[in-house]
Design a protein around this ligand. Sequence first.
Ligand SMILES: [Zn+2]
Length: 74
Amino acid sequence: MNWNFLESWILNRAREKESREWHERIQREGVNPSYKPPSKIVIRLTCPKCNSDKIKPAGYADRFECEACGNIFI
Ligand SMILES: [Zn+2]
């Protein structure tokens, strides 16, 4: 079993999904297509408020939300 192949396949699928969702959002919200948000697949961020590394996309614009304290930041 080639795990590297499997891993890149999964990553490609995730990227395709992210790209598809991005284009759906452009159609829905009319967002400037030339603007591309940073990839949300790999997130290595820390909360500026409580330094937690449990960060998830806030679901709008390019903001992120801290799961520990709820702080929303860019
Ligand atoms: Zn926090």
